[in-house]
Structures are given as structure tokens and as C-alpha cells.
Design a binder for this molecule. Structure first.
Ligand code: FES
Length: 172
């Protein structure tokens, strides 16, 4: 039994190593490629794992601390696997004064998670952001990159349902 678990861990490690090798060989081993590599890893693997940080640092010949410092500086990167769909609520000043906190609370209540968390079924990740440059449309909710303007608490269920049905993708 222990052997089988060890084998499964080793196989997963090998798979993730070869995925990383495939990503890394698309970039020159130069420090200026760090952001591009992180974006690629984030989009292909959904997050930046500790082993990815190690592989990147080895490839670029920089410290793991340096990789970590850059990836934690930007909101675009995450250290934990995200859900299949990301719901982002703008909490910038303009959205805040127009009711974003109540909208965020309603998403939180309906999904039973707080900002920064992912639902148990790994379907939704709830996030906040500070201003996306569309203040006149606040409060703003973004579902997988699609902007919903003037969102009210009453619309939260509809937005969640649209994502579940994957209808929301083409709505403007
Ligand atoms: S404050 Fe929300 S878009 Fe600017």
C-alpha cells in the first residue's frame, strides 16, 4: 500500500516536472523572461506550485526567493489552485461607494466562501480587485474576464447561474 502511494507521488512529480520542462524550453534562460514564464505556468497549471518555483529558479539561475517575490507582487499569479471559474469583485473606491461590499457579501453568502477562497467542488474562486478602470459602471463583477456593470445584490444569483450554465461568456 505504502509502495503504491510512493509510486503515485513519484509519477505525479515526474509528470509535473516534464510539464515544466515543456513550458521552460519555450523561453530563453534569461531573467527577463521570468514574468512571461510565470504567466505561462499560471495559465497552463492554474497556479504556481512550489516545485514550479524551484524549476523556474533553476532554469533562470536566480533564487527561489526572487521568483517568489515577483509572483507575490502581482495579482495575476496564485500559489494555490484556482477553481474552474473566477468571480472577481471590484472593491476600488468608486465601486465601494456604489455598493460593492454588499455585492461581495452576497457572492460570499451564496457560494459559502470568502474572498480569496475556492468552493469545495473547485468550481468557483472568489476574488477582489482594486479598480479595473471602469469606475462609471460600478459596482463591477467580472466572471472569467467578462464584465458585469451596475451589479446589485439581486443579480448575484443570476450571474452565478449564468456561469454555471456557461452562458455568461458572450454576454456584454
Ligand atoms: S473602482 Fe471599480 S472599476 Fe474603478
Amino acid at each position: 500500500m505504502i509502495c503504491r502511494i510512493k509510486n503515485s507521488i513519484l509519477m505525479k512529480r515526474k509528470k509535473s516536472q516534464s510539464e515544466m520542462e515543456n513550458i521552460l524550453k519555450q523561453f530563453k534562460p534569461e531573467k527577463k523572461e521570468l514574468i512571461h514564464i510565470l504567466h505561462k505556468v499560471q495559465s497552463e497549471q492554474g497556479f504556481i506550485s512550489p516545485s514550479a518555483i524551484f524549476e523556474i529558479s533553476k532554469y533562470l539561475r536566480i533564487s527561489e526567493g526572487e521568483v517568489y517575490g515577483v509572483l507575490t507582487f502581482y495579482n495575476a499569479f496564485t500559489l494555490e489552485p484556482k477553481g474552474k471559474h473566477t468571480l472577481t469583485i471590484c472593491m476600488g473606491t468608486a465601486c465601494h461607494v456604489r455598493g460593492a461590499p454588499a455585492v461581495l457579501d452576497e457572492f460570499s453568502r451564496q457560494l459559502d466562501i470568502t474572498a480569496g477562497q475556492t468552493t469545495e467542488d473547485k468550481y468557483f474562486t472568489l476574488e477582489t480587485v482594486n479598480c479595473v478602470g471602469a469606475c462609471a459602471l460600478g459596482p463591477i463583477a467580472i466572471t472569467d474576464g467578462h464584465y458585469h456593470g451596475h451589479v446589485t445584490t439581486k443579480e448575484v444569483k443570476k450571474i452565478i447561474d449564468e456561469v454555471k450554465e456557461e452562458k455568461g461568456k458572450n454576454r456584454k
